[in-house]
Structures are given as C-alpha cells and as structure tokens.
Design a protein. Sequence first.
Lengths: 169, 177
Amino acid sequence: MKNFHVACLLLLLALVVRPAVAAIEELEFSSPEQEERYLNLIDEMRCPKCLNANLSGSDAPIAADLRAEIHAQITAGNSDDEIIEFMTARYGDFIMYRPPLNIGTALLWFGPLVLLLAGFVVIRRMLAASSSSASTSENLSAEERKHLDQLLAETPLATTPLTKTKDQP
Amino acid sequence: MSNRAKLFIPGFFFVSMLGLLLFGLFRDPNLLPSALVNRPLPEFSRPDLFDETAVITSDMLKGGVFLVNVWATWCPPCHVEHPYLVEISEREPDITFVGVNYKDDPKLAREFLDERGNPFKHSLVDADGHLGIDLGIAGAPETFLVDATGTIRYRHVGVIDNKIWDEVFEPILEQIK
C-alpha cells in the first residue's frame, strides 16, 4: 500500500514537473540581461513543430535546436531584432506569437475594432430611428391627424371583442 | 437602401461568418506557409555522407531541377517514404535527388541507403541541424523542389508517396520545367 502511495505521488510529480523541464538547459550567459533577453525570446517565439507551444514550452527537437540557436546568437552579440529577422527569414512571421503589423495582418489587428465601431454606429442609428418614430405622431399634417382620429375612434370597438374572445376558455 | 434590403444585413453577416469558419474548419492547421518558397536555396557547404573528406556545396546544385529531401534513420516516417523516393528517382531521371541526412549517425545512414537503395545523387551530412534551420524545417521528412535558377519552388512537409507525387509534385514540376 505504501508503495502504491509513493507511485501515485511520483506519477503526480511527473505530471507537474514535466512542462517546466522542457526549457531547462544548462546555458551560460555573460550577463543577467542576456539571460532575460533569451527567456523573453523563447517565450515570444512559437515552436514550428507543435504550433501551439512556444519555444520555451516545447519538447520537440527543433525547438531545442532553435533555443540553442537563439542562445548562440545572443552570446555572439546579436541584437533581438537581428535574431527575430533570422528566424522570420526561415520560418516566416508565423514563428512570432505576436504577428507584426502589415497589410496582411491589418484585418487581424483592426478587424475587431472596426466591428465594434460598426456595432456602435448600428446601435446609435437604431436608437435614433426608434426615437424619431416615437415622435412621428406629433409631426402629422392636419389631414393625417384627422384620419388617425377617425381610425382610433373605430378601433376600440373592433379590438375589445377580440380580446374578450381570447380570454374565454 | 430600402428598409427591406436592410433586413438582409444581419443574415449576410451570419452567412459570411459561417463561410469563414467553415473554410477554417477544413483547412489543415499543420500546413504552414513556408518563408522560403520563391526564395533562393540557402548557401551551404556540408560533408558528403559517403566520403567525409569531400564537401558538397550549394553551388554544385545548380542548373537543373533538384529535389532536396531532409531525412534521418531515427525518423519513422522517413522509413515509410524511402521506397517511394527510390521508385520516383528511377522514374524521374531529369530530377537530381539530393539527400540531407539530418542530425543522424552517418554510419547508420550509410547502412540504411546501402541496404534499401539510394535514391540520392548527392548525400550530405547536416550533423548539427543548422542546414535544417536555414531551410526552415520543423522536423523530418521535409522535401524542397528547387528549379534551375536555384529558387525553392515548393516545400513539402511529411511523407511523399505516389499519390502525393502525382497530385502535388507533378503539377509544380510542369510549371518549373
């Protein structure tokens, strides 16, 4: 029984620990600032193999290679922009979790905003239309008002029996 | 616009949204746009798999249609693909097949090709996987079609078989030739 508990605990531990292990490699940086840049870049870049994981969270061999590549370039003194250019030249914009702003991605960036604004415009126009239709009874010509009065005088007689028949079992 | 026509606007939005989502549903999310298509084959210089004192450079792969196949013995899909490559290379003598042995044990790779047939005219060793990164690969197997000007025209991710060759590669080769 005790062995079983230990086994369960180990299994649980394995589940908890595994995702974090993916990015732990023995790497040396000449400054904490370089290490921070490295950690930031591997968080910002997508693993080309697993698609929904970033480089830091992926176990795929290609992700390990790309982490090593980023590390090598950082220690060689390349800037973040140079590294991003290196990666996008080979893997496309896709490798960046944050897509860059260009013609192809403009819809992605501004589409929701445009839809939101369009929604506001539609709501405003609907409100304006309903308030103007509410006030139309005051904007009737003398002839229309006379016709309306005539209709109103007729309708109560017509509608009352209708509602009554509806109430009957 | 008449009020009647306005009534169709929400429906129009609904249908176009539906179309967009349906389109997305039937797309293969693993098909990534390759950054290297219509760009020149990256320059490289790598040892020859069968003669490690010799070097194969990208300059040697010019003037003609090349098929560059990235493979390894540790990659099970490559084992599946291999007999098709042997067969297709015999059928298509105009295309020069180039094998990039990717992060592999060269000895195992040589044995593999000796045993099961070698479709490649040139086999080069990419021991550290740097050529793989330059090619923008995500794994193995991956295959690139390079035209006579040295431009990559197509990147195929995954196994090539006869069906994929006929349906995907042949039409592209028609354009390249």
